[in-house]
Design a protein around this ligand. Structure first.
Ligand code: DON
Length: 313
């Protein structure tokens, strides 16, 4: 597949992206960057980029769409897909598929629910998924990086070591989640190994263009950029469904209401979204709301589905 970067105003999505960027420019409040990871706190909340990738790899973009961003929890979608591809439904014995209604780093449900996290997109669930991927491959973060490079066509993608170190230095909550689940037998690798893999995973940097392309397999019903199959079309449907119901934490209902697409946010300010059978999107703006979702990112996706009529509903 040829990956083409297009920004001509005659293209299908470009006028819509230009209009959204102009509207976002006038937004008064843009939220605040994540400050619990000091390396992310310095980001300017007024940065904004958005990319749309069509099924054939044609990409449209606006603003900071080629600027690398910290992927953070966006990576949870790709690790989930890789584990399902490698190990099938066995994963669902270790992690649920229900919205948690709690913050992404919450501990409270885990004890009531015997160390089984509610879903793969809260931190506890993502740790279980990364643990499985590490057991399957021997190198969870490396496998993820290879996948993102292949799907985006960008061989330069890498983890940011400063961000990974910053996360490790402030990672007590993730360590607590990992050890607690290990006490229930739900983690197979040593917790320090798992945390190292998880922080390397979260600190991968990629642009909106890279991430819109890398998400393409979910719009192509499981087919990768090179035409091979990663997931069955059923599995792709299932991943999209979990994104819709759980991808934006305790704001998933509001996100579905406003945007009407499967989406996944990260505290780096990125959001990926899927229009199955049509296109994928990635938007970035580092200012977050109190639930950890990009303020301008959600607004931009809401405008996209409103202006184009493209949604799953
Ligand atoms: O686990 C953490 O704290 C981060 N590395 C990732 C969290 C994240 O992006 C949650 N998203 N909104």
């Amino acid at each position: 597949m040829v990956i083409m970067a297009v920004s001509s105003s005659s293209s299908t999505f470009q006028p819509v992206l230009d209009r959204i960027a102009a509207e976002i420019e006038n937004m008064p409040a843009r939220g605040r960057p994540a400050d619990y990871i000091p390396a992310l706190a310095a980001c300017d909340p007024r940065r904004f980029g958005m990319a749309v990738a069509e099924l054939d790899g044609t990409v449209y973009g606006v603003g900071d769409w080629r600027q690398p961003l910290s992927t953070q929890s966006l990576t949870k979608v790709f690790t989930l897909a890789l584990v399902l591809a490698g190990g099938g439904d066995a994963l669902w014995e270790r992690v649920g598929r229900e919205p948690s209604g709690n913050p992404f780093n919450s501990l409270v449900q885990l004890e009531y629910e015997n160390g089984i996290p509610r879903n793969p997109f809260i931190n506890a669930g993502a740790l279980v998924v990364t643990d499985r991927l590490h057991t399957q491959t021997g190198d969870a973060a490396g496998t993820l990086l290879d996948f993102l490079r292949a799907e985006s066509g960008n061989a330069q993608l890498a983890s940011n070591k400063d961000v990974a170190a910053s996360e490790a230095a402030h990672g007590d909550r993730n360590a607590a989640l990992g050890h607690f689940m290990a006490s229930y037998g739900n983690i197979g690798n040593p917790v320090p190994t798992l945390l190292d893999q998880y922080f390397r995973q979260c600190s991968i940097e990629a642009s909106c263009a890279d991430l819109a392309l890398a998400t393409g397999f979910l719009a192509r019903h499981g087919i990768r950029a090179d035409g091979t199959r990663l997931l069955t079309s059923s599995q792709a449907k299932q991943v999209n469904a979990v994104m819709l119901t759980c991808g934006t934490y305790d704001a998933a209902g509001e996100f579905a209401y406003r945007v009407g697409l499967p989406g996944k946010s990260g505290v780096g300010g990125g959001i990926i979204a899927v229009v199955p059978g049509h296109c994928t999107l990635c938007v970035w703006s580092p200012g977050l709301d109190e639930r950890g979702n990009s303020v301008a990112g959600v607004a931009a996706l809401e405008r996209f589905t409103t202006l184009t009529g493209l949604s799953v509903f």
